[in-house]
Write a protein that binds this ligand. Sequence first.
Ligand SMILES: O=C(O)COP(=O)(O)O
Ligand SMILES: [Mg+2]
Length: 220
Amino acid sequence: MQFKKIGFTPKLVICDLDGTLVDSAGDIQYALNHALSELGLDTVSEYDVRRWVGRGASRLVSCVLESKHYRKDLHDELLAVFMRHYQAAVCQTSQLYDGVAEFIAACQQAHIKLACVTNKPYAPAKDLLAALNILEPFQLLVGGDTLPHKKPHPEPFLHCLRYFDISAKETLVLGDSRNDVEAALAAHIPCVAVSYGYNHGEPIEASKPEWIVDSLMALI
Ligand SMILES: O=C(O)COP(=O)(O)O
Ligand SMILES: [Mg+2]
């Protein structure tokens, strides 16, 4: 298999989860609103959730509290209740984006190693991949709580390089947000961004990824 668009065929592909492989904002919004209602607080729109997803669950909860001018000390309770609801229903409406299943199958067939690096906590990330039948293709899953740092810090990507013993230039990062692009740049790994994900309400072009595609299938 040739990666026509980027001019080299990687040995390892590191995929972001939310906004790249899976459109998960609906389930995140549902769990968040369930938690907000339980605490007697106002609910939030899916539009806002799409702008806030990307820096992990704790940051998401901080964004909610800031936007509503709620007390910061509600953070830990809201986070705990949100995670309880999200963990109980990670995949009610979440679905793979077009081309994802085919792209993963093509990588497997070509014996290209696959890792998933997400800022979502490990447990719901694992359950979401399993519910969508794409857990098994990933030889490594790194969650937002797996290592001391998460994206945009390069540590999760560097961890993947060490785990597989594959160099940065033989690897490709696929992501939807500036967190992915910045982490890839810091780890010296080439990066493709998808145009369809969540990027804090900004166009992904602003983060200057090396390539942008409208579907993962456009890579091969
Ligand atoms: O849960 C998040 O905040 C983002 O997760 P991602 O890194 O898979 O985009
Ligand atoms: Mg993402």
